[in-house]
Design a protein around this ligand. Structure first.
Ligand code: 6MZ
Length: 336
């Protein structure tokens, strides 16, 4: 099964750039860009990979700070983006929607951040057999003014790069920030033609979940606490839930793989896609996530193929790109 899954051309729709660097890539990045090989760095890497028992969502957010330091210069960010694309391509991901929060610091503005990532994406897609889109992220723990700047920049840049910048992601620590305050800027993004991928119901917050469902979205990140009525709503409006098995279990929002809501979604035939979320932070790959789903829920090879086709449908790709992806999947299955 694992060889079949590794070779299968896959679609990754929920991947945060700074969470997607494997430990090997982090070491490569640190050595190439910063020449860091110290004991202290090795120790930090160890802490990065080992998730202590009882880790929770807040703990996992601290891990991003480590990678953020490495990607705080244009050079580091450029190389990190290339490495992330390379790693997804190595796992035979044929289509990737990468999300990332533009950050400004002494080394670069938010505009430079986005331009650096886009330039790396352009080179990455030439070097590897992978199509990559970008969803600039709004981090809910930052001020609304930052979100407004991000959406304004995305709108401007998308005029020159309409094939790359296709949507906006709403993410960040769900224990911080209020969705209602970000709704107007997300509405502006939607009016400008961006698709919205919204982290929704990652934690149990019924008021916010209701607000988000009313607001609407193209795809729902996690959806862990939607409950049966929420799942029915998503099915009715054909909104897929981006399921991230390892991320949810390791960050403690789901208690075990067997109790993951993917099971309910499969039973209810509700829209769903399998994703990694942060394959570096949670030490996984998209192939591993599919393997987990086969082992936990007994998915067959043909059900895995159906899931890829479902992901193709729910991607923010053009109709031509979707057709090409389907043909790639069918060509692979014919060879099996
Ligand atoms: C919510 C998450 C997340 O943007 O620096 N992020 N937001 N829930 C999650 N579940 C575990 N995982 C990652 O990538 C890292 C950022 O993505 C968001 C957080 O804002 C995190 O800081 P970028 O490339």
């Amino acid at each position: 099964m694992i060889n079949f899954l590794r070779g299968l051309p896959k679609v990754e729709l929920h991947a945060h750039l700074n969470g997607s660097l494997s430990i090997e890539s982090i070491k490569e990045l640190a050595e190439k860009v910063y020449g860091q090989q110290s004991e202290e760095f090795a120790e930090m890497c160890e802490r990065f990979i080992s998730f202590e028992k009882g880790a929770n969502l807040n703990d996992c957010f601290q891990k991003f700070a480590f990678v953020h330091e490495l990607t705080s210069t244009p050079q580091g960010l450029d190389y990190a983006t290339q490495l992330a694309i390379r790693d997804f391509a190595r796992d035979n991901v044929m289509y990737l929607e990468l999300r990332t929060t533009p950050k400004s610091n002494g080394n670069m503005t938010r505009r430079a951040y986005l331009e650096t990532v886009i330039s790396a994406i352009k080179r990455g897609t030439k070097q590897h057999e992978i199509n990559v889109k970008l969803l600039p992220s709004i981090n809910r723990s930052e001020p609304v003014a930052v979100a407004e700047e991000t959406v304004a920049l995305a709108t401007e840049i998308a005029q020159n790069e309409p094939d790359i910048v296709v949507g906006i992601d709403f993410s960040g620590n769900p224990n911080q920030g209020k969705f209602s305050e970000f709704a107007p800027v997300l509405e502006t993004a939607r009016k400008h033609g961006f698709k919205l991928a919204i982290h929704c119901a990652e934690i149990d917050n019924p008021v916010e979940i209701r607000e988000m469902l009313k607001f609407g979205m193209s795809r729902c990140g996690h959806g862990t606490y939607l409950g049966n009525s929420g799942f029915a709503h998503m099915k009715q409006y054909n909104i897929p839930i981006e399921c991230c098995l390892t991320s949810n279990v390791k960050s403690g929002t789901v208690s075990s793989f067997g109790s993951h809501h993917l099971k309910q979604l499969l039973l209810a035939d509700a829209p769903k896609v399998l994703c990694t979320d942060d394959c570096g932070v949670f030490d996984t790959t998209l192939s591993d996530e599919f393997l987990l789903a086969t082992e936990t829920f007994g998915l067959t090879q043909s059900q895995c193929i159906d899931l890829i086709i479902e992901a193709v449908q729910h991607s923010f790709a053009t109709p031509e790109e979707k057709l090409k992806m389907k043909m790639q999947v069918y060509a692979y299955t014919r060879r099996q």
